[in-house]
Design a protein. Structure first.
Length: 321
């Protein structure tokens, strides 16, 4: 062994997710290939910056461009990202990345996209004054609604289909939350909620574009005259087509924190008035059925486990009003 990195990207089978994560965490093994890809498109490679977070291999090329490389086992994320950026181009008031180039290297599809300006939401969200959090959440609600007004186009074919996805999530819901340690008092109401969910969650309504992760890690914010506002949206690797309320879950769990003003701002921005019991019940069901659902880790409300004795009370804690 010479210690010189291979110039060929390895193939990871679906069962090799851990091996891929180890590979991603060791940039010297793949950064030379990323630089070679950038050079092949006559791009500046003088100051590459590796992003350590995220799912795929992501490299900043100067301050204008980003290269995203998707392993074959995550090709669905490439399809989702490429399709979403193409379909939403020019349709939103909010900047999203533009595709500059694309290609394939050793079976790995890649995208070269524009780099958005702004401050990552997760870096400043906690420090924002309450009124500014409400302002940003109203903008988040408006942005979700704007994305959902866009026609599906090719995203109508994205897999899994909403009805198949929901049925699979319902089937595995109780086992998932038992394994994740959800308190017995909440698990006790799961069967009733899942029965309600079958009627509450539309399975055949016209689907809309669902990003799935409207969370501070995927937003950029900017500050003008001491007022923070939404400045960009990125990461479209987990897009689904389905029930519109699904995309209220990320900001509800990670940003609204059960504060009445924040919840009201999010929902009004989205187009809802005061939430009624049916909406709260549907949102509670969808939160438990989300593909990344883990209430113990994701509900950012201090002491929420002690504030509710069952899932009905919990929905009022998360969506007061």
């Amino acid at each position: 062994m010479t210690g010189v990195p291979s110039q060929i990207l390895p193939t990871f089978a679906d069962a090799d997710a851990d091996a891929f994560r180890a590979f991603r965490a060791d940039p010297p093994r793949w950064l030379p290939i990323a630089i070679d890809i950038a050079r092949s498109h006559d791009l500046d490679v003088s100051s590459p910056h590796v992003f350590s977070t995220g799912t795929n291999l992501v490299v900043g090329l100067g301050d204008k461009l980003i290269l995203k490389m998707f392993p074959p086992l995550l090709r669905a994320q490439f399809v989702s990202e490429r399709g979403s950026l193409t379909q939403l181009a020019g349709r939103l008031h909010l900047p999203i990345p533009e595709i500059v180039a694309e290609g394939t290297r050793d079976g790995w599809p890649y995208l070269i996209i524009t780099r958005l300006a702004g401050t990552l939401g997760s870096e400043v969200w906690r420090q924002l004054p309450e009124a500014q959090k409400e302002h940003v959440l109203r903008q988040v609600g408006e942005t979700i609604a704007a994305v959902q007004r866009a026609p599906l186009g090719p995203l109508a074919q994205i897999q899994p289909r909403w009805d198949d996805f929901m049925r699979a999530q319902m089937q595995g819901c109780k086992a998932r939350h038992t394994r994740l340690g959800l308190a017995p008092k909440f698990l006790a109401g799961l069967d009733d909620l899942l029965r309600d969910a079958a009627a509450l969650i539309p399975m055949d309504a016209p689907p809309v574009i669902l990003i799935g992760e409207y969370i501070p890690e995927n937003f950029l914010l900017t500050c003008h005259d001491d007022q923070w506002s939404l400045a960009g949206l990125f990461d479209f690797g987990d897009v689904l087509a389905g029930c519109r309320d699904y995309d209220l879950l990320g900001p509800s769990a990670f940003m609204a924190a059960g504060r009445p003003g924040r919840v009201r701002s999010l929902l009004e921005g989205f187009g809802y008035a005061k939430p009624d019991f049916a909406l709260k019940r549907r949102l509670m069901a969808l939160m438990l059925l989300h593909r990344a659902s883990d209430l113990n880790s994701h509900i950012c409300i201090e002491g929420w486990q002690e504030q509710a004795d069952d899932l009905v009370e919990l929905q009022d804690v998360i969506w007061p009003g």
